[in-house]
Design a binder for this molecule. Structure first.
Ligand code: NDP
Length: 604
């Protein structure tokens, strides 16, 4: 029924809105780009210490394994699981944290939760028989799922925790990889997998005086519960009741932690440089009765495929099984485009329809702030002035409400950031705020050199370094294989499906591909698996024939999506996926993997 009393929405003044977006971007552009952040080494290296698990001394390893995998997050776990299912049992995972979990090992800040529906985000649910308890599971449950996979697939036995790889070199004479670590290990492996994730090196903002602060401070990915009290399950951080606390940064992490801090702190300052867009979360518990009706054999794969079809476009999936924030976003864009008369279905008009849908969505998100935040001035400052996909979209039902708590204060820096850190606090707009504790919600390195983030380079055939092979940009086949680096597999989304909103789908699928290849190589008694140069070149040519990068438009406000607003250089054109889209890629690779020909690989 139509509500006849509803006020018609005023038309959006797109020109004025665009001008505002550009003005807000320009305020934030800075010449130093990624250089504004501090690498956590030397006197800052204590920010990297593991507060969760004590380091256990052990003897260095000098043995040989069939398969070594660098990284014990989702990529290592799902690859390990698929290898075990294929009968490859000698698998060693090397992990810098004290347990499996990767991002979910480190990120135990209060309120941490997945932003993609758990039914598709949590890997191997069907294999492990786990039913997520919530539509968007909280971090402790996701970490438990990682540990469950580790236990079920016997991945703990050979794993090396609190161990960082320092060197990986191909031994051509013996057709194996030599792996060295910071624990004195030097062992060999027939095959090597790498899945170190895109966001694992915490960074600090390069604020003058940051080292002079005499109070307590930590990064959100090393949450100090010994100081704050409380626990990752959301227990009240009682030790903060008499503390003045600042959290610097208002990205996806801060948005989840702030409601918990607002409840606990004597005084909380939320220090903002750029507001996040905060859409509705609407989390609900999962009903076991409902779950039992849908969890029929093959359910998670069906859900993954349905999400991909809905989210990544390509085929027009009619039913949206997952219905999370991401499919909502895509559905709205599609429906706006579908409203165009047939004669207007041109690329330019479709792009304009996409832009219209974004303007509408962001107006709704900004109106939501007014509807929730009591103080008018604070509400204005919490509004995001950019297109939704310029920055990581956030979804939360208590973040904005936290600013109605009398002890929580938004300190907006009008795009400039914190001016200075002193011995006793921080300075914004010339005013010093004294605090007992500073929490850095300042994110992770993205645009820095791969070698720096990984902590190692790969040395392949004839001494070729991976950094040299990729000097002009990434070159692979399927995002997995690199010519000159036999028996090595890289597990990540780029140059494959490139499905950004549900990375675990990419990882799980790659795990299966790797296990299928290794099983085949072992069965035929091959010593090496390597992509040919011609096959790699052809794949890269295919990739760059596509529409290009979807994220990171230069007219966006700066952030890690667009290399902090700076030209990402010619290599960025290779940071793309299969031109026909993610659904098409998963169909393609399924056929590639099962037809038995392993086209493009030399298996000798
Ligand atoms: P981000 O990089 O997104 O945010 C860093 C924050 O620090 C930004 O608000 C940034 O402002 C601010 N900042 C940087 N320098 C300064 C300064 N000098 N003064 C004041 N503020 C400053 O890091 P997050 O940890 O929040 O998130 C990283 C990514 O991790 C997310 O984008 C997401 O992909 C993932 N994540 C996923 C979650 C999930 O799935 N549930 C939850 C949390 C994170 P500015 O914006 O102006 O640069």
């Amino acid at each position: 029924m139509t509500d006849v009393t509803a006020e018609p929405k005023p038309a959006i003044d797109k020109k004025a809105l665009l001008a505002k977006y550009i003005a807000e971007r320009d305020k934030r552009l800075r010449a130093d780009g990624n250089g504004q952040y501090l690498e956590l080494k030397g006197r800052l290296s204590h920010y990297l210490e593991d507060p969760y698990t004590p380091r256990v001394e052990r003897d260095p390893k000098t043995d040989h394994v069939k398969f070594a995998f660098i990284g014990g997050g989702f990529a290592g776990l799902v690859t390990g699981a698929r290898l075990k299912e294929a009968g490859i049992s000698d698998v060693r995972i090397i992990e810098k944290g004290g347990d499996f979990g990767g991002t979910w090992y480190w990120n135990r800040y209060p309120g941490a939760q997945c932003d993609t529906a758990s039914m598709i985000y949590m890997p191997l649910l069907e294999e492990t028989g786990h039913m997520p308890t919530e539509k968007y599971a909280h971090a402790p449950e996701i970490l438990e799922q990682c540990q469950r996979i580790g236990k079920q697939y016997d991945l703990y036995d050979k794993a090396l925790f609190h161990t960082e790889v320092t060197d990986l070199t191909w031994d051509d004479g013996n057709s194996r990889w030599v792996i060295s670590t910071n624990r004195g290990d030097r062992f060999t492996a027939d095959y090597l997998g790498m899945g170190t994730g895109p966001l694992h090196v915490p960074k600090l903002p390069g604020i003058p005086g940051i080292e002079s602060f005499k109070g307590h401070s930590f990064h959100t990915s090393r949450w100090d519960y010994a100081y704050t009290g409380g626990d990752p399950k959301g227990g009240l951080m009682a030790n903060l009741a008499d503390k003045r606390v600042a959290i610097i940064g208002t990205g996806a992490t801060s948005v989840q932690a702030v409601p918990h801090l607002a409840k606990a702190c004597g005084t909380l300052y939320v220090v903002q440089r750029t507001p996040s867009s905060i859409d509705v979360r609407a989390n609900v518990p999962i009903d076991p009765e409902w779950f039992s009706t849908i969890a029929t054999p093959g359910w998670q794969r069906r859900w993954l495929e349905n999400f991909t079809a809905n989210q990544a476009g390509g085929s027009m999936a009619e039913e949206d099984l997952v219905q999370d924030g991401w499919t909502d976003l895509s559905r709205r864009i599609r429906s706006k485009i579908m409203q165009l008369p047939p004669q207007d279905m041109t690329p330019l008009k479709m792009l304009a329809a996409y832009e219209d849908s974004d303007f509408e969505k962001m107006e709704e998100i900004r109106a939501r702030v007014d509807g929730i935040v009591g103080d008018h001035d604070t509400a204005q400052k919490l509004k995001a002035w950019y297109r939704q996909l310029c920055k990581r979209p956030c979804f939360h039902d208590t973040y904005l409400q936290a600013f109605n708590t009398p002890t929580a204060h938004l300190i907006d820096t009008d795009g400039k950031g914190v001016e200075q850190i002193t011995e006793t606090g921080f300075v914004v707009d010339g005013k010093e705020y004294e605090v007992d504790c500073i929490i850095y919600a300042s994110g992770f390195e993205v645009g820095t050199e791969l070698k720096r983030r990984a902590g190692f380079d790969l040395t392949g055939r004839h001494g070729l370094k991976l950094s040299e092979a990729w000097a002009e940009g990434m070159r692979t086949k399927h995002g997995l294989h690199v010519h000159g680096f036999p028996n090595a597999f890289i597990v990540q989304p780029t140059q494959g499906a490139n499905l950004i909103s549900n990375v675990p789908h990419n990882l799980t699928d790659s795990g299966l591909t790797i296990a299928t290849i290794v099983k085949h190589a072992e069965t035929v008694g091959a010593k090496t698996v390597e992509v040919s140069k011609a096959a790699q070149d052809a794949w890269v040519e295919l990739l760059i024939s596509g529409p290009g990068r979807m994220l990171g438009a230069p007219d966006c406000t700066p952030g890690y999506y667009n290399n902090e607003g700076q030209d990402p250089g010619p290599a960025a054109r290779y940071a793309v996926g299969y031109p026909a889209g993610a659904s098409a890629y998963f169909r393609y690779i399924d056929d590639w993997r099962t037809n038995g020909r392993f086209e493009g690989l030399d298996i000798l």
